[in-house]
Design a binder for this molecule. Structure first.
Ligand SMILES: [Cu+2]
Length: 172
């Protein structure tokens, strides 16, 4: 058992440093805003969790004004370690791996429906500030837009908090 301990430690350190590099790289790659032709994103907001350590909910409206369908493949939010697309149906939440948006289609990310969930928030994210959302499409194109940071609050805020804790259990 003892002779495996150094190997285990080395592997753990390698994983830790890989995560650190990843986070640093994400930050620099999101400095320049990018825009995918034909797509318009508006009303971006990120609702901070009522309970520290819980994920935040990202909401916005995305319109495809182009003449081709696009496929949303990944989301990133500055100041968070990881973001996912989810869809709430009834009482459960399903991760969305991809989302197709047809020409002329408007997709709303909103409370109780499709939403972005962002995990491991930087404490520097506070209400009144701004985070940057970057959407990555299946063809590699990106679209960046600001998310207004909102304080949790109201009935919707606490409902969202409940949804998030359910998700955290099944994701771990
Ligand atoms: Cu969710």
């Amino acid at each position: 058992m003892n002779r495996f301990a150094p190997l285990f430690l080395a592997v753990s350190l390698a994983v830790l440093s890989a995560c650190g590099q990843q986070a640093a790289k994400d930050e620099t790659s999101q400095v320049a805003p990018e825009a995918k032709p034909g797509l318009a994103l508006s009303g971006g907001e990120l609702v901070l969790p009522a309970v520290k350590g819980n994920p935040a909910g990202g909401y916005f409206t995305l319109v495809n004004n182009g003449d081709k369908a696009v496929t949303l493949a990944a989301v990133n939010v500055t100041g968070t370690a990881r973001a996912e697309m989810h869809e709430t149906t009834g009482e459960s939440m399903t991760p969305l791996a991809t989302l197709e948006i047809k020409p002329g289609e408007t997709v709303r990310f909103e409370r109780g429906g499709k939403h972005v969930m962002a995990f491991d928030l930087d404490p520097a994210l506070t209400a009144g500030g701004t985070a940057e959302l970057t959407l990555t499409f299946a063809d590699g194109d990106k679209l960046s837009a600001p998310l207004k940071l909102q304080a949790p609050g109201g009935d919707m805020g606490s409902m969202e908090g409940m949804d998030h804790s359910v998700h955290m259990e099944h994701s771990n």
